[in-house]
Design a protein around this ligand. Structure first.
Ligand code: V47
Ligand code: SF4
Length: 373
């Protein structure tokens, strides 16, 4: 008997048993089901179901990519309470502001290396506008046309478009024509206003975030989605967040990957909020895999979780562990991640995946296979 059949047979909780039945039958679970999984599902129960779903979708394949990050600035007009990374404009002497040439130099560092993606994300700087980023995109493409540019959270885009007085659709078209290929999933945090107003009160709201991703999808661009979890939100806020994403995905099909981001509490205004346990993290991944039935991929971002926990997630629904990131990403090391210089070679990533008895596959941003190991 398959582990999932044994699980259903042994389960004493009739409600959980019925949810498991739906999942095995390939039926969608509803919000009440999702909440019950969080509240009543044991870790082994969630793990077996999430792993069953993951293997049905992807077998043992575990993707990673070769990418590097550019963080143009950590100066930011917003004041998210969980952010350890940003500096207000008035304190910009404590932060960094890269010029276009500085950023091109970073791209040039990878000349001749088989990276497929650059991930550009940073603070919302009042002087770095749409024209500035348009020029950056054009220059990166002129230097290296084959590099996929995944750039700018909906938060950064909203600010750029409003400053340029352009409707979202036009702003997005401008950046696409300049060379932007896809959007990362940042800035989503928790959509529900009850929580968002307490942790990220002054940036784009949940509806605005979704509108920007919808506009990107309408132009044929793929995007990712994140959720910052494990702070002051309750389970139902997480379900509400995933429900909004699932609805948009039903409409557009433009999301590639969901990335739950574990709240880290070092050096920010929420340092008094304890971090989630490893068991809670695994639960989060498992429920995300089960709830977001129309998202092809679930990613664990290893620089935030650490390597061993990232390995563990591969048994809880995760089929992607991001890339070989250089030490250019500071967002997590500054928030307390164990990974102070998050960089892994391809050999290390392959070994990490194999050790967890999965099959490493290098992908490009759009999940085309680059190398199957
Ligand atoms: O939106 C900020 C998060 C995000 C903290 O799309 C924090 O492939 C935890 O979105 N604790 C930006 N999280 C990073 C991001 C991302 C990362 C990797 C891959 C992709 C992708 C996207 O970082 C922010 C925010 O939710 N963040 N501070 C913190 N203290
Ligand atoms: Fe700015 Fe992003 Fe930090 Fe919020 S999370 S303060 S938008 S850099």
């Amino acid at each position: 008997m398959q582990p999932v059949e044994q699980l259903i047979q042994r389960e004493k909780n009739e409600y959980l048993k019925s949810i498991a039945g739906k999942i095995v039958a390939g039926e969608r679970i509803n919000e009440a089901d999702g909440l019950a999984l969080f509240e009543q599902g044991s870790l082994p129960f969630l793990g077996v179901l999430a792993n069953y779903t993951r293997e049905r979708l992807h077998g043992d394949t575990t993707y990673f990519n070769r990418n590097f990050h550019i963080e143009p600035t950590n100066v930011c007009v917003y004041a998210c309470k969980f952010c350890s990374y940003s500096r207000l404009y008035a304190h910009r002497d404590e932060g960094w502001e890269l010029s276009i040439d500085n950023m091109l130099d970073i791209v040039k560092k990878y000349d001749g290396q088989p990276v497929t993606e650059v991930h550009i994300v940073g603070g919302v700087h009042p002087k770095m506008n749409l024209e500035f980023f348009g020029e950056l995109l054009r220059k990166i493409k002129a230097h290296r046309g084959d590099l996929h540019i995944k750039g700018f959270t909906a938060v950064e885009l909203d600010y750029m478009f409003r400053k340029a007085k352009l409707p979202v659709e036009e702003g997005m078209r401008f950046l696409k024509e300049a060379g932007l290929d896809s959007l990362p999933g940042g800035g989503a945090e928790i959509f529900h206003p009850e929580i968002r107003s307490q942790i990220a009160h002054d940036k784009i709201d949940g509806k605005g975030w979704l509108r920007i991703h919808e506009a990107a999808h309408a132009l044929g661009m793929f995007t990712n989605a994140t959720m910052l979890y494990g702070h002051i939100e309750e389970y139902w806020h997480r379900i509400d967040h995933m429900e909004k994403l699932r609805q948009l995905q039903d409409k557009t099909g433009g999301f590639n990957t969901f990335i739950p981001l574990k709240f880290r509490n070092k050096d920010n205004e929420m340092s008094h909020v304890p971090e989630s346990t490893a068991a809670e993290d695994m639960k989060m991944y498992a429920v995300a895999r089960l709830y977001l039935d129309n998202f092809p991929h679930l990613k664990a971002y290893w620089p935030m979780l650490g390597r061993q926990q990232a390995q563990l997630t591969l048994g809880f629904g995760v089929n992607d562990i991001d890339g070989t990131i250089d030490d250019s990403t500071k967002i997590y090391s500054m928030a307390g991640s164990e990974e102070q210089t998050p960089s892994m070679t391809t050999e290390q990533l392959v070994a990490l995946i194999r050790q967890a008895r999965r099959k490493p596959v290098e992908r490009d941003t759009l999940y085309n296979v680059v190398t199957a190991y």
